[in-house]
Design a binder for this molecule. Sequence first.
Ligand code: NAI
Length: 322
Amino acid sequence: MVWKLVTYTELYTPIPPYKSTYAIGVAEDESGNKAIVRIDRKYFGRLRSGMLGDVIEEWTVFGTIKRFVPKEEVKVPRVALITGGARGIGSSIAIELAKAGFSIAIADLAYDKEAEKTLETVKSIGVEAVFVAIDVSNRESVEKGVSEVLSKLGRVDVLVNNAGITRDSYLQRMSAEDWEAVIRVNLTGAFHCSKVVSQYMIRTGGGVIVNVSSIVGLVGNVGQANYAASKSGLIGLTYTLAKELAPYGIRVVAIAPGFVKTRMALAVPKSILRDYLKRSPIPRLIEPEEVARLVRHIVENEALNGVVIPIDLGLTISSPRA
Ligand code: NAI
């Protein structure tokens, strides 16, 4: 017997005690019999009235319930949005997720030579890819950029909050502007992006948010009060969003890299870099591709949620201070 979905609720609220979201719908069979059905969130992304499927009875501790299971297996390519994706770690993440089959949205301040190179590399892997100009520190820019991604690629399944800056100096010399600029990009930027993107993820049945923190956010670093505070803040944001968004099928995980071979790390004074290498159990810089492979693992491993994963060659265990 084939059932047709007549209507369904757009309100996807968590239903305790399942800690999961469902839509409630009305389905009708060929003889006009109607049934109230529960529709699992994994179907949200392609749900519509008139969709054909099966109604199955499922036994739960509270008795039996009717569930609607769509027949059509419409494969929608999943989409990853990477902020600060033009170069460095963000570029490697874009390339790695493209290899995993994701369509890619590279979000960065401006479409420069590096953005063009990353975009071309991602496209050459054979997936759809777009560049969107987003300043993560500006809420309106995030809203505009995300709606551009949605209109071009249809959805967002993975958000990587990777955009970041440094404005290093000792506390006594640090200006309020430098403090605020770093917090605005590194922390408030992740807040804006998570807030805007998660509302779409909820509608399409879930997703993954990866926050790029730093070992500096775990153990601090001389001359980086603003940066360390922003990266510690990202960890608190990760823990909280992991709790808040889990019922909607959204996982939130942070990574905490040590020094990665990018423009940001290479701008660090040579003496500090040398000291860092001396203290590292494995004395080398981390490759951006190594960080990207960790992000891919987080995206693919559905058991990871609400944790901070260091990728630091053992630096955090080698000294009480980074
Ligand atoms: P990078 O400087 O090479 O790349 C950062 C990217 O973010 C650039 O493409 C830049 O244009 C973009 N960006 C900056 N402000 C932005 C804004 N307001 N809106 C949108 N995009 C913006 O740096 P890297 O090393 O690739 O860093 C990526 C992330 O990894 C950062 O969050 C950084 O804090 C973090 N990280 C880096 C480490 C390292 O040693 N390189 C270590 C630990 C964490």
